[in-house]
Design a protein around this ligand. Structure first.
Ligand SMILES: Nc1nc2c(ncn2[C@@H]2O[C@H](COP(=O)(O)OP(=O)(O)OP(=O)(O)O)[C@@H](O)[C@H]2O)c(=O)[nH]1
Length: 487
């Protein structure tokens, strides 16, 4: 397997491993966040808001009940509603004492709508805005809570407690109560919006957003017109308006997507208001933190992969170079070996074939090397081989090539030599070995070589050239050694 292939496989393994683990942990965190929002955050917010609303309504119901059983008020109605200023003063007093937004009385005899400043109007059966009165008149419960626009206060959205007033014989004589504006609920919504980035809004049965703290769900809009919400199932606000108390605790979870984000919502019906409470949170916003971490993780993984690949590349390159050197070098003498000869000779042959030059070969064999080995031992023989190698090498030019051919044999390749030159070179090498004083363990060793030389002929194979040089070397051995013979 070549280096680039190894690096590519390594990079793929690292990237796949890193991306898989990063993606897996991102997915697990995302699911955990989703679960926390759906199972805890949204229901808890809805619970808090609902209990706050219930708390806010306890006092007005209590005040309205006191008004309905007030003997002055009942006597005033029973005695024929004499003196509007008396009841107005009473209603004003209640309003200021209890901090109500409005206090009112509608009587069954005259259908007059009394408030702090006198008579506001007369309720009429055929007027849709007055339907509440006739509903309360027929109510089996002592009171109802109604959210409506308040005519006396520029149609501001108001929570009314409408309490039935009965005479001493339990006959219905009118409806009394107070109204609170929805400021406190609105403030609560705003605080949730700001603190927890949750959209809180109330939706009426027909889908109109009644109260909201966010721009996306501005009051007055229909939820079907909010971007992405038309994909929500119709049954969200299609539940019957009259629900049993068991049903009031039911809540629904939904999710929808707009162009920018995935939204999770918790919906529950608030029977006191006859509205649906929507608590919504953008999941996309909630997971943006881990999304950034995921992207950062990927970048770190990419950097780590690049570093690992770069380090591996350098290590492999060095290792490969060392292997190449080891494979082409003779360990004892440090000269190129026979494998290196195969590589170099191929390049040289191609070069000379192109340029029309020649290749000459010298085969050198140390004379009586066995005797040296026998006398000085193998280590002594190795020492002599190393000495011979360095002497031969120093007698050649840089462009000449020398290798250890085997045993005590060396081979030299020289380019563009004629017969005269090659013999001159062979003699130069032979003499430098002969005249070199080789000492081992304080003993001088007489070292000589026999050399066979051959110059390549046109169209002659390399093998043949080497065989000719080798034969010439054996000839030199036969003729008494320490000599050079040209093939
Ligand atoms: N110390 C040592 N000896 C080696 C090495 N390679 C080969 N030899 C020995 O070199 C000797 C070569 O002996 P021969 O081939 O008989 O030739 P020679 O004694 O040199 O005689 P001629 O070549 O005929 O002059 C053998 O004994 C080999 O074992 C080596 O790397 N180190």
């Amino acid at each position: 397997m070549n280096r680039p292939k190894v690096l590519i496989i390594l990079a793929i393994v690292l990237v796949v491993g890193f991306v898989t683990t990063s993606f897996f942990s991102y997915h697990v965190s995302k699911q955990a966040i989703h679960k926390t929002i759906v199972d805890n955050e949204l229901p808890l917010t809805a619970d808090n808001i609902y209990s706050e609303i219930q708390k806010d309504l306890v006092r007005p119901v209590f005040i309205s009940s006191m008004m309905a059983s007030d003997t002055f008020l009942r006597d005033w109605v029973i005695e024929g509603e004499q003196g509007t200023e008396k009841i107005s003063k009473y209603l004003q007093q209640v309003q200021t004492t209890y901090g109500a937004f409005v206090s009112f009385l509608v009587t069954e005899r005259t259908h007059n709508y009394y408030y702090g400043e006198g008579i506001l109007k007369q309720v009429k059966q055929d007027e849709p805005r007055d339907a509440w009165y006739f509903r309360v008149r027929d109510l089996s419960q002592p009171y109802e809570i109604n959210v409506d626009k308040d005519l006396a206060h520029h149609d501001e959205l108001t929570i009314f407690v409408n309490y039935r007033v009965l005479d001493y014989s339990n006959r219905f004589i009118g409806t009394v109560g107070i109204g609170l504006n929805v400021d406190s609920v609105q403030k609560l919504i705003a605080s949730y919006q700001k603190k927890y980035q949750r959209d809180v809004y109330f939706v009426s049965h027909d889908g109109t957003i009644m109260l909201s703290g966010s721009q996306r769900h501005a009051a007055g809009k229909n939820i079907k017109d909010v971007d992405g919400m038309n994909s929500l199932p119709a049954e969200i606000i299609d539940q019957p308006i009259t629900q049993t108390s068991a049903e009031t605790t039911r809540e629904y979870e939904y999710e929808y997507e707009d162009h920018h984000a995935n939204h999770l919502i918790n919906v529950r019906y608030i029977p006191e208001l006859k509205w649906y409470l929507f608590v919504e949170k953008s999941e996309t916003q909630a997971i943006s933190g881990i999304k950034n971490t995921f992207i950062l993780n990927l970048l770190v993984c990419l950097a780590v992969t690049l570093i690992v690949v770069a380090i591996t590349d350098i290590a492999l390159k060095r290792y490969q170079q060392r292997l190449e050197v080891m494979a082409t070098t003779d360990i004892l003498t440090g000269l190129p070996n026979r494998r290196a000869f195969d590589i170099v000779i191929e390049v040289m042959s191609n070069d000379t074939a192109r340029s029309g030059g020649t290749i000459a070969i010298l085969v050198l064999d140390i004379d009586h090397f066995k005797a040296i080995n026998d006398q000085y031992g193998h280590i002594g023989g190795d020492y002599v081989l190393t000495e011979a190698a360095s002497i031969i090498k120093s007698s050649l030019r840089a462009a000449d090539f020398i290798c250890r051919w085997g045993g005590e044999e060396f081979l030299v390749v020289v380019r563009d030599c004629d017969e005269h030159n090659i013999i001159a070179l062979a003699e130069k090498v032979r003499k430098s070995i002969e005249h070199h004083t080789t000492t081992y363990q304080n003993q001088t060793i007489a070292l000589t070589v026999s050399i066979g030389a051959a110059i390549g002929k046109p169209s002659e194979t390399l093998e043949n050239l080497v065989v000719r040089a080798d034969k010439a070397m054996y000839q030199a051995k036969k003729q008494g050694r320490n000599r050079s013979i040209l093939s």
